[in-house]
Design a protein around this ligand. Structure first.
Ligand SMILES: Nc1ncnc2c1ncn2[C@@H]1O[C@H](COP(=O)(O)OP(=O)(O)OP(=O)(O)O)[C@@H](O)[C@H]1O
Length: 256
């Protein structure tokens, strides 16, 4: 299988405080990758490096290599706008712009593409349909996105990422603020979009990782070195026959 993102010896610190050191990991194209592990071991920080969001954190220092699309994102001169378009992101709290539903999609679309009105409307309908929102919102596109339910807001944010035709979508606990039904809807969407994008998702929800991940990476933390990868492998192996003692205890809910 082709590799989408290949991370080599990545280290990150906030000021003097090391978050993780020398992490290497690769993520295959068109797969769902779950990143699991206890609080504070650097999962969110790691994911934020992959679309260079980390550059907007004051004090953050990142060294090492992130190979994507024949470029080394952390070393080469790359255009941030392009990287963010191709490597989209969803957060724990859905973050629609405080604008209408329509503008939430048209603002990023117009920033990246020159399209006619008709093409814009087609892209908008297509993105909303892909996340199953079109029928729910087609009569209220000019109403505020902030009036949507939590699950609808998260689907709108997914549509906002998808309308830019990304290759990767990073997700940081995308369902942790949602009820089980809304979670089920988002999980079904994640499975659906993996034929077109690679998903790298931080989750604390072990059952969710079991349900949808193809590949699982367990982050751990040691006082002296900070975050590191304790185990990584195909989801069935990580859950049925975990390769380390820590992974065994963690996936069984005995520690962490
Ligand atoms: N912007 C920041 N500035 C300074 N320190 C930070 C910042 N963000 C995170 N940290 C610190 O970096 C360490 C790793 O945090 P991070 O959020 O990446 O871990 P995590 O594994 O995702 O945790 P959780 O599962 O609780 O979200 C923590 O000690 C945290 O306090």
């Amino acid at each position: 299988m082709a590799i989408e993102i290949d991370v080599k010896n990545l280290s990150m610190a906030y000021g003097q405080q090391s978050v993780f050191q020398n992490i290497s990991a690769s993520f295959e194209k068109n797969t769902i990758n779950a990143i699991i592990g206890p609080s504070g071991c650097g999962k969110s920080s790691f994911v934020s490096c992959l679309n260079l969001l980390s550059r907007s954190f004051p004090d953050a220092r990142v060294s090492g290599d992130i190979f994507w699309n024949q470029k080394n994102l952390n070393q080469d001169d790359v255009e941030l706008k392009q990287v963010r378009r191709k490597i989209g992101m969803l957060f724990q709290q859905a973050t629609p712009f405080p604008n209408s539903i329509r503008k939430n999609l048209l603002i990023p679309l117009q920033e990246h593409f020159k399209l006619s009105k008709e093409e814009q409307n087609q892209a908008l309908e297509s993105a909303l349909s892909q996340v199953g929102l079109w029928d729910e919102v087609k009569d209220r596109l000019n109403r505020s996105a902030l009036d949507l339910s939590g699950g609808q807001k998260q689907r709108l944010c997914l549509a906002r990422a998808l309308i830019l035709e990304p290759e990767v979508i990073l997700m940081d606990e995308p369902c942790s603020a949602l009820d089980p039904l809304a979670t089920q809807t988002i999980e079904a969407l994640i499975k659906k979009i993996k034929s077109r994008v690679t998903v790298i998702m931080v989750t604390h929800n072990m059952a969710q990782a079991r349900r949808i991940a193809d590949h699982v990476t367990l982050f751990w933390h040691k006082e002296q070195i900070g975050g590191y990868i304790d185990a990584t492998g195909p989801a069935h192996q990580m859950f049925e026959d975990p390769p380390t003692e820590t992974a065994q205890k963690y996936v069984q809910g005995l520690m962490g």
